[in-house]
Design a protein around this ligand. Structure first.
Ligand code: ADP
Ligand code: MG
Length: 268
């Protein structure tokens, strides 16, 4: 009771002292892509321009949905923001750091410390318990979890009674909640989620989306989520629309209905 309360930066500021990306009225930029272009199969007949001159900023403490048809470049954008893939031209900044300026080692460390990634397919370690999976990024970094923060995450994700279970003993929705908790545990600059509800039923999907929403509203995290589901995009603060690798539209305060209208307009 009388223990020292761990201090945590409230809605974002404090985590990084790197120079912010340009002038921002009030909100700092967690990550940005500047004229980002990605061409697969450069030089061959089969060259694909997966990203075509995309410039976009992701402000801290906001939940952004990235939408667009299959093959429009959503995953490519997310992978390039995460440093899992590199651009053909243009730049990606995370917390003001240009990923292209980093050595492989520096990039690995930045990914570990500043980026939380949630895959559609959970990617949990099957031999570890839920609790061990959640704290794995910290264990690998030789760091101890902050108990107060860990409690808050576990409570928010409603997994307290499942912490001793292995992934095979959890439902798909529970496994994805473990994956989201794992992405949050190191308090990353940004959480990138690629179709996080793509492999779970709609009820579990609603739980995961509610959790991502609370991570932003209550824990001050920054989330970028790829989805093709208008209902999922309705949880976000803004929705971006990609088509053929280009950023073609954006919607503030999206609802399932307004997103659906916009998708119809773009589709035809
Ligand atoms: P989305 O996530 O919106 O469905 P992707 O970003 O996965 O789209 O893919 C965008 C385009 O880039 C598609 O035409 C896809 O076939 C192509 N692409 C993606 N990854 C590769 C790759 N590793 N090699 C070649 N082409 C790729
Ligand atoms: Mg994809």
């Amino acid at each position: 009771m009388s223990g020292v309360t761990a201090t945590r930066p409230a809605a974002g500021p404090g985590a990084s002292t790197a120079a912010g990306a340009g002038a921002d009225p009030g909100r700092r930029i967690a990550a940005a892509a500047l004229s980002a272009t990605k061409v697969y199969g450069v030089g061959g007949d089969t060259a694909v321009r997966a990203l075509d001159d995309v410039t976009v900023e992701f402000p801290e403490g906001r939940f952004t949905a990235v939408m667009g048809p299959s093959g429009s470049g959503k995953s490519t954008l997310l992978h390039c923001l995460a440093g899992l893939d590199s651009l053909t031209s243009g730049r990606v900044l995370v917390g003001g750091v240009d990923l292209g300026s980093l050595s492989d080692k520096q990039l690995t460390l930045l990914r570990r410390d500043r980026i939380g990634f949630v895959f559609q397919s959970f990617n949990l370690v099957p031999t570890l318990t839920a609790a061990e999976n959640i704290t794995l990024p910290l264990s690998l970094a030789g760091r101890r979890p902050d108990p107060a923060w860990l409690d808050e995450i576990v409570a928010t994700v409603a997994l307290a009674d499942r912490l001793g279970h292995r992934p095979s003993e959890l439902s798909g929705g529970q496994q994805q909640r473990v994956a989201v908790a794992r992405a949050l545990v190191s308090r990353p600059q940004i959480i990138l989620a690629d179709e996080p509800t793509g492999n779970v039923d709609s009820r579990a999907g609603a739980e995961i989306l509610g959790f991502l929403r609370r991570a932003v509203s209550e824990l001050g995290q920054t989330v970028v989520m790829v989805t093709h589901d208008p209902v999922a995009a309705g949880y976000a603060d803004a929705a971006l629309f990609l088509a053929d690798g280009r950023l073609v539209d954006r919607l503030e305060g999206p609802t399932a209905a307004t997103v659906l209208d916009r998708l119809k307009a773009l589709g035809g």
